[in-house]
Design a protein around this ligand. Structure first.
Ligand code: BG6
Length: 279
């Protein structure tokens, strides 16, 4: 009997510093730094190879939000990715791995374009690097898409987290009327149901009071937007694969290109990257 295909890939840097990627959606389901988990995954998360994994870092592409042609947040988080390069130690001691998907019958049934998506991860001592390449491999059609790393950080109490870098930015408040507002606070805190798409945000954010009361630095390139999401009490109850009491222990701060689509001409590529760093 053929062996079942591996569904997770582990990058192991030593010193209990690891990163685990589930090939379902190339979802990063764990990032441990000196044995300390940095990402939140719900206890109710479903690993059936169909549903998007509730937590870690789901990969949102080619649509952010609801979509007439396929599932919410696109198909990349619910299809199986390929390992392009198994984890390998670089001369620096860091560990690199690469994953990819190309268009197939399933993707073309929702989004009829020839494309290639590559996802490179590098695990450093206290950092996780992501490099994404989107290639329009077609000869004729231009396509447009959204891209976002839906990052669930693990936190002891979301009410104590502060997010820097959002002051002055305009945002769409998806919990209200979807109208535009401007952020006046120098640091953003989350004390209620929050679902905001901040636009033209700076390259760097810092989140305070993540695990072990440390800080998390987010650096992003070619990701003009930052989404801040926490479902809070009532919404948490509505989400089946999310525990009712889990909302205080997570905060989503998501780097994305979602307010305006990326428009990609045939034969061209788009690249974006992010670095997460435990401080
Ligand atoms: C956020 C969106 O990025 O993801 C929210 O801004 C959404 O509107 C949330 O509710 C979770 O989405 P999903 O599809 O994983 O339940």
């Amino acid at each position: 009997m053929a062996a079942a295909p591996t569904s997770v890939v582990v990058l192991d840097r030593g010193n209990n510093t690891t990163c685990t990627i589930n090939l379902h959606g190339a979802t990063v389901v764990s990032w441990r730094v000196n044995n300390q988990e940095q990402l939140f995954v719900s206890k109710q998360a479903v690993f059936d190879g169909k549903k998007a994994i509730r937590g870690g870092i789901p990969f949102v592409f080619p649509q952010f939000g609801s979509w007439n042609y396929g599932p919410q947040h696109g198909f990349a988080r619910v299809i199986r990715w390929h390992v392009e390069k198994s984890p390998e130690r670089l001369p620096s001691g860091d560990i690199e791995a690469m994953f990819c998907i190309v268009d197939n019958e399933v993707t073309r049934s929702m989004w009829n374009f020839p494309f290639r998506l590559s996802y490179r991860l590098i695990l450093r001592e206290k950092e996780l690097h992501f490099n994404i390449g989107v290639y329009n491999v077609g000869k004729e059609a231009t396509f447009s898409f959204n891209l976002l790393l839906h990052t669930y950080f693990k936190v002891p109490d979301v009410r104590r987290c502060q997010i820097t870098g959002l002051q002055g930015c305009t945002f769409v408040d998806k919990t209200r009327d979807g109208a535009m507002y401007q952020e006046v606070r120098d640091v953003v805190t989350v004390n209620e149901y929050t679902d905001r798409v901040y636009q033209n945000t700076p390259q760097e954010h810092i989140i305070t009071n993540v695990v072990s009361n440390r800080k998390m630095r987010i650096q992003k390139y070619n990701f003009p937007d930052t989404v801040v999401w926490n479902p809070w009490v009532e919404k948490a109850r509505e989400i089946q694969d999310f525990g009712d009491d889990e909302y205080p222990n997570m905060i989503c701060v998501e780097a994305g290109h979602v307010s305006a689509p990326v428009i990609l001409l045939p034969g061209t590529a788009f690249e974006a990257s992010e670095i997460l760093q435990v401080m």
